[in-house]
Design a protein around this ligand. Structure first.
Ligand code: PGA
Length: 236
């Protein structure tokens, strides 16, 4: 079953988040997608308790642990709130908080230890894309974040080119397929039961079917388009 992940970032207020969650909750049970929504972290618990059948993801966690850390979100908050997924290494977190691959790796290890399923975001800048160095760049990201010492249950990796996020630009459909198959190949040396390569970056109603039809792509991570009911209804 392909993953459809709605990353609502900080786009929506509580009422809008509630309305979209209600729409997802009304979908038929026999749908062919696994829909996960990531409301902003402040609303996640509230939405999870109101719509217990919806699958909710956090957008980020911290590495500081419980204690004197104002503004932090510890993994225990996800556990207490029965939230089982967490987005890690999103490019906006990387750039807003100077987050490095080392920090993403630490967060990943915290998630694995606590049985929270991570959605790991990677992707190259426009400069690297133009230099045709995408493969070596994302290989380096993968090798910096994953560990051979850990046995992962399920890996969800979202390939999100930075130049594609929020711009309306996407790689060519063949490029998305090629990068996904490359990611499958280079992650073979790690231990996991199941791997899902997702694509993210300017996914919308016009391109989503083509992307989901790709053999090597097991879903999409969608930002701004996923704040529109017309887009969400497509997955019912
Ligand atoms: P976008 O964002 O769909 O608005 O480009 C994707 C993402 O940031 O995950």
């Amino acid at each position: 079953m392909k993953y459809i992940i709605f990353n609502w970032k900080s786009y929506l207020n509580l009422k809008q988040t509630y309305n979209l969650s209600q729409l997802i909750a009304s979908f038929s049970k026999s749908r062919k997608y696994k829909i996960i929504s990531a409301p902003n972290n402040f609303f996640a618990l509230n939405i999870n308790s109101k719509f217990p059948k919806n699958i909710i993801s956090a957008q980020n966690i911290d590495t500081h642990g419980l204690g004197a850390s104002t503004g932090s979100l510890d993994i225990s908050c996800l556990l207490d709130g029965k939230i089982h997924f967490c987005i890690l290494g999103h490019s906006e977190v990387r750039s807003n908080f100077d987050e490095t691959d080392d920090v993403v790796k630490k967060k990943l290890e915290i998630c694995i230890k606590n049985k929270i399923k991570p959605i790991i975001c990677i992707g190259e800048s426009e400069k690297i894309y133009k230099l045709k160095k995408t493969k070596s760049f994302i290989k380096n990201q993968i090798d910096s974040i994953l560990s051979k010492k850990i046995s992962y249950e399920e890996l969800i990796i979202a390939y999100e080119p930075l130049w594609s996020i929020g711009t309306g630009l996407t790689p060519k459909i063949d490029e998305i397929n090629e990068i996904s198959s490359y990611l499958i190949k280079i992650t073979k040396k790690y231990t996991f039961k199941n791997i899902n390569i997702l694509y993210g970056g300017s996914v919308n109603l016009t391109n989503v079917s083509d992307i989901l039809n790709l053999q090597n792509v097991n879903g999409v991570l969608v930002g701004s388009a996923s704040t529109k009911p017309e887009f969400i209804k497509f997955f019912n």
